[in-house]
Ligand binder design. Structure first.
Ligand code: PRE
Length: 367
């Protein structure tokens, strides 16, 4: 069964006047003064639609600052009253939900460390039954699309229709300049699974460092995300959590000014015609690509029959090295991104091995 979700459009629950939804605020609510002043400066930018703050913080190791908890909730009420802006908070337990709603929090989000655990997500969903509140779900820490999808299904199953995703990147164990690897394909697949589900980019947690925020936010806008959630703080260097990735409200305002916001499409006829023509050429090239792949696989199958009859192994390290290197070199010569050709040939080689193993372990003999 193809999964589907009943999701209300973003602009039915938050007014953004056709612009991307901008959520910003400190990683953590630390003091009343810090929270209210950050919110005040953000509201003065005139570009922020929702203020955020962490109240309950899941931390990797015990002993780190775990959020101010319930004590911060009245500060949120004051920040809301002074700015007139709605407020979003992370919740991880039914008790958090009850308290957040009691103190007038407008939007809840489920954090990456909660999304990984279906028991936790189900508890949250059960606590949300009968409540009309927008809920945003961050991607799970590990790159597992099914877990992310499952979280939406559980929360939607409790009757929540004001739903959105937050893409904050993944822990993959690979070396990366970013704190969390974006794995854009995951977000693209989520959008393909649930076309109506808004996706909000979280460049702060992806980047881990101020220096990468702009490029990541721009990429998220170019992927047609519906909004951004960015951490900001009146004194980022002295923040009690995530100091390296927070911006002052003024710096955040500047970052927003430098963002190119593009539209999903254009009615311009000349553009539409050009697009159609080029896309039809792309269709042809893609057809050739697929035919070429099929031709290669047919050759590999033939080769496997000889290997089977002569009792020779599938994997041939020397030949693979040659294939890999020559194709990468050729790609580079043609101006292609080197990793593109390398990665494609790794996939082709694995498929060649899979196919050959299948042929070699079938009982027929070649003619
Ligand atoms: O050349 C071979 O012996 C093959 O099996 C073909 C092929 C390939 O697909 O290019 C596949 C597996 C080997 O490791 C090397 C190359």
């Amino acid at each position: 069964m193809k999964p589907s979700l009943e999701v209300l459009p973003l602009n039915s629950w938050v007014e953004t006047n056709g612009k991307p939804l901008i959520i910003s605020g400190p990683c953590s609510a630390e003091t009343e003064e810090q929270l209210v002043e950050t919110a005040r400066q953000l509201s003065q930018l005139g570009a922020v639609h929702v203020i955020r703050a962490g109240v309950w913080k899941p931390r990797t190791r015990p002993g780190s600052f775990e959020g101010m908890g319930k004590a911060a909730l009245p500060w949120i009420q004051r920040a809301k009253a002074e700015t007139g802006l709605p407020f979003a908070v992370e919740v991880a337990t039914p008790e958090h939900i009850e308290l957040a709603l009691k103190y007038g929090v407008d939007i809840l989000w489920v954090g990456a460390r909660t999304t990984v655990n279906p028991f936790n997500v189900q508890e949250i969903a059960d606590a949300l039954r009968g409540v009309d509140v927008p809920v945003l779900v961050k991607n799970p820490v590990n790159p597992d699309l099914a877990l992310w999808i499952g979280a939406f299904e559980r929360i939607a199953g409790a009757g929540i229709t004001k739903l959105g995703a937050i893409h904050r990147g993944f822990s993959t164990g690979e070396a990366s300049k970013y704190r969390n690897v974006p794995l854009w394909q995951m977000a693209i697949e989520l959008k393909s699974t649930f076309p109506n589900l808004p996706i909000i980019g979280d460049p702060s947690h992806m980047a881990g460092k101020r220096a990468y925020l702009q490029e990541l936010a721009q990429m998220q806008m170019d992927l047609n995300y519906d909004g951004l959630i960015v951490e900001s703080h009146i004194d980022p260097d002295n923040a009690w959590s995530d100091a390296a990735q927070q911006l002052t409200p003024a710096a955040f305002g500047e970052m927003l000014e430098h963002l190119h916001i593009r539209k999903a499409d254009s009615p311009n006829l000349e553009f539409q015609n050009a697009l159609e023509q080029i896309r039809s050429k792309i269709d042809n090239v893609d057809r050739q690509l697929v035919e070429t792949l099929a031709a290669r696989m047919a050759l590999v199958e033939k080769l496997a029959e000889y290997k089977r009859d002569n009792n020779v192994t599938v994997f041939q390290p020397e030949r693979w090295k040659e294939v890999h290197e020559t194709r990468a070199k050729q790609g580079k010569k043609m101006g292609l991104y080197p990793e593109l050709v390398e990665e494609i040939f790794k996939i082709i080689h694995m498929e060649s091995i899979r196919k050959q193993t299948e042929v070699m372990n079938s009982n027929e003999q070649s003619a």
